[in-house]
Design a protein around this ligand. Structure first.
Ligand code: BLA
Length: 536
């Protein structure tokens, strides 16, 4: 099985998982030269499907097909589209009866894609697995029953919950989790649907190395992967690289690609036999995975998997839309608060008074415990704030040419004396109007919490030997990590709100004040003239 010492890389993220030179034997693999359409590479199990006496290599693939049932032109057009869009597309294949072993059936579901000069076709038997519903039924179900509920949900977690239930219904797997990536590529299970007998993963965090960087990249290009049985012997691609001298074939768009042996061992260590996962991508960013688990071998027909892929793409859009909606709601609340304050700005209502009238609003906009508006002339502070000299130091240290703001959720180790912080540990500081010595800052207190973890956040990068780095997770024991000394994180949206506050509200106020100053100067000037005049 897995022999770490024989792996020729030292770090998880260096494993070339897109060129394993084998596929899983629940399907059959053909690669043809793009020009002549001659078979150049097959998976070794093809030999048990098409017991053709002569070498299959070199045959024209289309000569094997039942031309009455299969439209060659359509297949080649589909290939051109797949190549152009850098994806794979579904087709149907039927072999001439005389070429296939009788009880294998001759009807196949297939996908076609381009890989380095080759037309690749991957086949799976269409008739072997009978389904209660057609695969299209599931998309309809999502559209009519799952998605319409999303509108009324106020959080992504509620949507995630509904989605894992839907996917569990479709796939029949024992446990379905929605795994969301954190900013540092570690991740957490935010929703789960499962049978009673299997352990719960809900709320558990896992280190980034459980899904290394190259896998996350690959999963952005190819949204689904099924391992129906981790113990299925991989079918090698023939002729082998060592014999033919051909370059390794890129299986980025493959459905059948054998997964990394390290990850296969991980699945076994979880006590599982089958795994199916789908990507969730928003803003061209791998947002998360829907991961399905089963303790016994479980095959999901190709058309159902391709519909699951459609669903994960739809769901990604719905996540995106919900994120935008939540963002918009927060922005509207901020803008309402700003507008109310703007209405009160006038020559005889100085900013300090407006701030103190609206202390609560100002803190609420940012879910903060303290706020400071610092200008050369005067400082306004609301709620709990650190000693102003400390804040000034952070401002002075900020390179305003390069950074639009300074943010941290962990101030304690960044100051000489903790007592100066007055219990504040999070800060978002934003210079104002590009002028020196004008800024706003928002503060958050400590947010003590407990996180469930399997493993340690940096366990692999901290490991010293190759063996330690590459050994798949063996223990899935959950331990509780107490998070102290940190505030809630200021999110991108929080930062956006604060910048908005500065731009809209303060910019306006400063403008009014500047205008008042100018008016005052003009009046003084008039006075001076009048006095001079009177004096003469
Ligand atoms: C891939 N790791 C994966 C995948 C998941 C996880 C879901 C996607 C492949 C699949 O669908 O099975 C991890 N599975 C999880 C997590 C949960 C889960 C976090 O159920 C939590 C509920 N793994 C290791 C180490 C390495 C490693 C040490 O433990 C590297 C040395 C690697 N994981 C690894 C690799 C892949 C992977 C290489 C890619 C597999 C492939 O697509 O070939």
């Amino acid at each position: 099985e897995l022999d770490i010492d024989r792996l020729d890389f030292d770090h998880c993220e260096d494993e070339p998982i897109h060129t394993p030179e084998s596929v899983q034997s629940y399907g059959y693999f053909f690669a043809m030269n793009e020009q002549e359409q001659n078979i150049a590479i097959i998976s070794e199990n093809v030999l048990s499907l098409l017991p053709i006496e002569e070498e299959l290599i070199g045959w024209n693939f289309f000569d094997l097909l039942d031309e009455g049932e299969v439209d060659r032109e359509f297949i080649l057009e589909t290939f051109d589209r797949a190549k152009e869009k850098e994806t794979r597309l579904p087709i149907r294949i039927k072999f001439k009866e005389e070429y296939v072993i009788p009880d294998m059936g001759s009807d196949f579901l297939a996908v076609i894609y381009y890989s380095s000069g080759h037309i690749v076709i991957e086949l799976e038997p269409a008739t072997k697995f009978r389904e209660v519903y057609s695969a299209e039924h599931y998309v309809k179900m999502y559209a009519t029953r799952t998605a319409p509920r999303f509108q009324q949900f106020e959080s992504l977690a509620d949507m995630a919950e509904r989605m894992v239930e839907t996917i569990r219904y479709i796939t029949g797997m024992e446990r379905v989790v929605l795994y969301r990536f954190n900013d540092d590529a570690s991740g957490v299970v935010i929703a789960e649907a499962k049978v009673d007998e299997i352990e719960s993963y809900l709320g558990v965090n896992y280190p980034a190395s459980d899904i290394p960087a190259q896998a996350r990249e690959l999963y952005k290009k190819n949204w689904i992967r099924l391992t129906p049985d981790v113990n299925l012997k991989p079918a090698r691609l023939l002729p082998a690289v060592e014999e033919s001298g051909r370059p390794k074939l890129d299986l980025t768009h493959s459905l059948l690609r054998t997964m990394s042996p390290i990850h296969r061992q991980y699945i076994r260590n979880q006590g599982l036999c089958a795994s199916f996962s789908m990507s969730l991508v928003t803003h061209d960013n791998l947002w998360g995975l829907i991961s399905c688990h089963c303790r016994k071998p479980t095959y999901i027909p190709q058309d159902v998997r391709l519909q699951c892929e459609n669903l994960s793409q739809l769901f990604s859009w719905h996540l995106y839309a919900k994120e935008e909606e939540l963002h918009l709601n927060q922005r509207n609340r901020t803008e309402d608060a700003i507008r109310t304050m703007l209405d009160k700005v006038s020559a005889n209502n100085p900013i300090v008074d407006i701030f103190s009238e609206h202390e609560e609003d100002i803190l609420k906009i940012m879910d903060s415990e303290g706020f400071v508006f610092f200008s050369e002339g005067k400082t306004v502070s609301i709620g709990t704030v650190p000693e102003i000299s400390v804040v000034q130091e952070f401002y002075d240290a900020l390179d305003t040419e390069k950074n639009r703001y300074y943010v941290t959720d962990q101030l304690v180790d960044k100051v000489s004396e903790e007592s100066l912080l007055n219990g504040i540990v999070g800060i978002l500081l934003i210079p104002l109007l590009g002028q020196r010595n004008y800024f706003t800052a928002w503060f958050r207190k400590e947010h003590k919490r407990e996180q469930k973890w399997v493993g340690l956040p940096n366990e692999r990068s901290d490991a010293s030997t190759k063996r330690e780095k590459l050994t798949p997770r063996a223990s899935f024991d959950i331990h509780v990590k107490k998070i102290t000394g940190q505030s809630k994180k200021f999110t991108e949206i929080d930062i956006d709100m604060a910048i908005r506050f500065n731009r809209v509200f303060l910019a306006y106020v400063l403008e009014v004040q500047e205008k008042m100053r100018q008016d005052l100067l003009a009046l003084e000037e008039q006075d001076r003239h009048r006095n001079e005049f009177l004096a003469t």
